[in-house]
Design a protein around this ligand. Structure first.
Ligand code: ADP
Ligand code: MG
Length: 242
């Protein structure tokens, strides 16, 4: 069974239809990446999954529950999702440890000691244990983004949504963030990732989806999309970015 099912999703901003009938299934442990030109609707689709946007038509199911049902408990849905954006969005006045334990303690009502133990486990696993007491401005961009991903993991999400998480980083810092994403993949985490870096996409994805002006035009394993795309529009997009 799919972990996430997106069926016929439409999203309009004024008279601009930004998502036009998106269908997508994400299986447990699958890494799906969304590629497409700037403005094609990648971020909006992630925001619809996270209920930061309401859909105008269609439905999204998470673990069999329709999360686009207006009666749904939005906080309950978000507890099962971890979202990380391009800008690191760490709280600058809080230590790494406090950034990571904030949601477990406040939203999930985990005791401080247990939350800190779990945070330290995660930091250790990703090679950042010595940064627990540091403040965000004492970290490199790559370290900050890794902490942001760890923060999203700390609540035990079913699905991670990563939106251009390497785009704001200097090239030499991208590798460490990709290594973390790969390790997450190996540990079985289900993820939807947007990126404009095709090498990253090829490297981490089970399935690549090409969005063209709000339409999911083509999807398949990276070998197929990158070597023999079916659509001319996919081909010309890839030519423009490769
Ligand atoms: P991508 O992430 O693929 O670059 P986005 O999902 O950010 O694309 O945007 C898709 C389109 O929706 C763009 O034309 C963008 O200007 C528009 N858009 C996104 N968010 C809003 C909003 N809150 N209000 C109006 N238009 C928006
Ligand atoms: Mg975007």
């Amino acid at each position: 069974m799919s972990l996430l099912t997106i069926e016929g999703v439409w999203k309009d901003f004024g008279d601009h239809s930004v998502l036009r009938g998106i269908d997508l299934e994400v299986r447990p442990h699958e890494v799906v990446s969304l590629i497409g030109a700037s403005g094609s609707g990648k971020s909006t689709l992630l925001r619809c999954v996270n209920l930061l946007e309401t859909v105008d038509d269609g439905a999204i199911h998470l673990d069999g529950q329709e999360i686009t049902d207006p009666r749904v408990n939005v906080d309950g849905v978000r507890k099962r999702l971890g979202m990380v954006f391009q800008a690191f969005n760490l709280f600058p006045h809080m230590s790494v440890l406090d950034n990571i334990t904030l949601a477990p303690r406040q939203v999930h009502k985990v005791a401080r000691e247990r939350a800190e133990e779990h945070a330290m486990e995660l930091l250790g696993r990703f090679g950042l244990a010595d940064k627990a007491r540091a403040y965000p401005d004492q970290l490199s961009g790559g370290q900050q983004q890794r902490v942001a991903i760890i923060r999203a993991l700390a609540t035990g999400p079913r699905l991670m949504l990563l939106d251009e998480v390497t785009s704001a980083l200097d090239p030499e810092l991208v590798t460490e963030v990709i290594a973390l994403i790969k390790e997450l993949k190996e540990s079985g985490m289900t993820m939807i990732v947007t990126t404009h870096e095709m090498s990253i996409c090829r490297d981490i994805s089970d399935t690549v989806c090409f969005l063209d002006d709000g339409v999911l035009l083509e999807k398949g394993p990276p070998e197929q999309i990158f070597t023999e795309p079916e659509h001319d529009r996919t081909r010309s997009f890839l030519r423009s970015v490769l």
